[in-house]
Design a binder for this molecule. Structure first.
Ligand code: AGP
Length: 609
């Protein structure tokens, strides 16, 4: 997501800020900007696109001064334009922000009633105005930021300057990362360690609910409720490239571990637990349209297609609307019967996949309503759609999709509940139950990620395999096919994902002692049936690894090995069963020494047919 850099000290800081932003480029961004205090006032320069555009703009309008903040923006609220780029200003206040303000609509309404005029479409600008309002009471910047944040719900890391107090930057963190760097007579802040690693190795990551004041002489740190915090910086020994990957060996492993946070960000501000409903203004589907839907068509490719298989399951189970999934390339190759009354959901992490875009255009021409689910704001697919639902996975660098996949699954849940409530097929009580269980899912995912050592041990023998079979039924079928895709993409081991019930119609012929079988079999109504399929594989000497629910005690008699996931609402089990398979593929590939982040022949964005 966005990148923040801040500097206070004796040096001219514009170059330091741009250099820091460059080191955060891996986080992805679509615009960038700086605010620097020049001794009299704060100057701001912003530019859309690559950092080079900001550098060019800075040549025309240099920003001298030694107190400044910088930002790379990954658009979430408002298009990637210069006015939406950070820093955002209100009076003497300049602010950069990473995160999502959940209650931005309500806050904006209050501020508008007070006469505030908005220059951008962002949630961030609201925080600048809130701080400006609080700072008018004459208190210091720390107090103003603290009071303003008291009105804010959501995720934020902020760095704030006030031209009336030009010796300080106030920083605060809740759910978005921010690290403080301690130099000699100078202080830094940044979204991530690599940004400031060339300047100092002494760092202190802020913890949840902390707020601090950076001046040349150091950091004063408090909790948001005003208690003084005394923590010392640590010395970072990572290299710059290790730091970029957060200390993980590969981006893919980092991204696998980011999934609980990515799901939280995708859910944030979209769920009303009390009403048992999904709040979504971007979908472009009103209650009448939801009620009169004839059919939902999902179009996507690769991993995104696998997410739509789960979407189909939920659509039938929750929203009770006939649904089908289509590989985008096949959809355009036929003469699909689609049109008015149909909702076509085009799912794509990049938002640029050519086949998906082409399929979307075919469906649009035939009169269907188009909804895009994408991770990149304002990319081609959401632009071509009638409505867009953005996943908030943040940029995914590993070519093999992991966090984008599970945030797509999250989008499927939100969409199904949204439609189910409007179509009257989902009772409020059951919706409340699903949504309550859903907001608890990120923590359940954390417990699965903690199984990494066990999964690494199970991956070692799999690295010798020539081929592997992944089985799943019902809600676990999409996870089996995605598990197989992950393994083949990054380890180059041939793998098939199959509906377990289909095994006896062909693939069973392949099973022998050299064929590992990975069965996705959480505790749900398909359990008994898939257990029988697994017994059939075992009877033919297939070596079975089960991904099962902890309390399924009989699994020991069914599978050779098991990875136990926590028991969750059966409709949400893909969130906990997908992770072991991602880790399994990752460790197999790492044992084999393949290029995990850039597998051969693959591209992150596929813009050819
Ligand atoms: C995922 O691991 C793959 N790299 C690939 O299948 C990908 O999901 C597919 O190309 C679709 O991409 P999109 O989500 O950007 O449309």
């Amino acid at each position: 997501m966005c990148g923040i850099v801040g500097y206070v000290g004796p040096q001219a800081c514009a170059d330091i800020l741009v250099d820091g932003l460059r080191r955060l480029e891996y986080r992805g961004y679509d615009s960038a900007g700086l605010a620097v205090f020049d001794g009299k006032r704060t100057g701001v320069v912003r530019a859309v696109g690559k950092l080079q555009n900001l550098v060019t703009a800075l040549k025309e309008k240099p920003l001298p001064g030694s107190l400044g903040i910088g930002h790379t923006r990954w658009a979430t609220h408002g298009r990637p334009t210069e006015v939406n780029a950070h820093p955002h200003c209100s009076g003497e206040i300049a602010l950069v922000h990473n995160g999502i303000i959940e209650n931005h609509i309500e806050l904006k309404r209050h501020l508008a009633e007070e006469g505030v005029k908005f220059a951008s479409d962002t949630d961030t600008e609201i925080v600048a105005h809130l701080i400006h309002r609080e700072a008018k009471t004459g208190d210091d910047l720390l107090g103003a930021v603290r009071r303003a944040l008291g009105h804010v719900h959501g995720a934020y890391a902020v760095a704030v300057m006030d031209a009336r107090q030009p010796d300080r930057i106030v920083v605060a963190k809740n759910a978005s990362p921010l690290v403080i760097g301690f130099g000699e007579g100078e202080m830094f802040c940044a979204s991530d360690i690599p940004a400031i690693l060339p300047y100092t190795k002494r760092m202190l990551p802020l913890e949840e609910g902390e707020i601090g004041v950076l001046t040349e002489s150091g950091l004063e740190l408090y909790t948001l409720d005003g208690k003084r915090v005394d923590r010392q910086p640590k010395t970072i020994t990572w290299s710059a490239s290790q730091a970029e990957k957060g200390g993980f060996k590969h981006f893919m492993l980092k991204e696998i571990n980011e999934q609980p946070r990515a799901i939280e960000d995708t859910i944030r501000g979209r769920v009303d637990l009390a009403a048992g409903d999904v709040i979504e203004s971007e979908l472009g589907i009103d209650a009448e349209t939801a009620k009169s839907l004839k059919r939902v068509y999902f179009i996507a490719c690769g991993t995104s297609h696998h997410a739509t298989l789960y979407g189909r399951f939920l659509m039938e189970h929750i929203a009770k609307v006939p649904s089908q999934t289509e590989l985008a390339s096949e959809f355009i190759g036929r003469d699909p019967v689609v049109g008015e009354g149909d909702l076509v959901v085009a799912v794509s992490q990049s938002g640029e996949t050519l086949d998906t875009l082409a399929a979307l255009k075919v469906a649009k021409e035939k009169g269907a309503r188009i909804l895009a689910v994408a991770n990149v704001i304002d990319s081609a697919i959401p632009r071509a759609a009638h409505g867009a639902f953005y996943t908030h996975a943040g940029p995914e660098i590993g070519v093999a999709s992991t966090k984008c996949f599970t945030t797509q699954l999250a989008a499927m849940v939100l969409l199904a509940v949204f439609l189910g409530r409007r179509r009257g097929t989902l009772e409020k009580e059951r919706a409340q139950e699903i949504l309550q269980n859903f907001v608890e899912i990120p923590n359940q995912m954390r417990t699965v990620l903690a199984l990494d050592d066990i999964i690494r041990d199970l991956a070692r023998p799999l690295a010798q395999a020539k081929s592997a079979l992944f089985l799943g039924r019902g809600v676990s079928y999409p996870i089996a096919v995605e598990g197989a895709l992950k393994l083949k993409e990054i380890s180059y081991i041939h793998a098939e994902g199959y509906a377990a019930g289909e095994m006896k119609h062909g693939p069973i012929a392949l099973i022998d002692a050299d064929m590992p079988v990975i069965a996705v079999m959480p505790d749900d109504k398909a359990y008994e049936k898939i257990a029988s399929n697994v017994q059939e594989a075992k009877a033919r000497e297939g070596h079975v690894l089960a991904v099962a629910t902890r309390h399924n005690a009989d699994i020991g008699g069914i599978a050779h090995n098991a990875i136990y996931v926590p028991k969750v609402d059966p409709v949400l089990s893909p969130f906990v069963t997908a992770l072991p398979l991602q880790l399994l593929s990752y460790f197999v590939a790492d044992f084999k020494g393949t290029d995990v982040d850039q597998p051969r022949n693959l591209a992150k964005t596929v813009t050819v047919e």
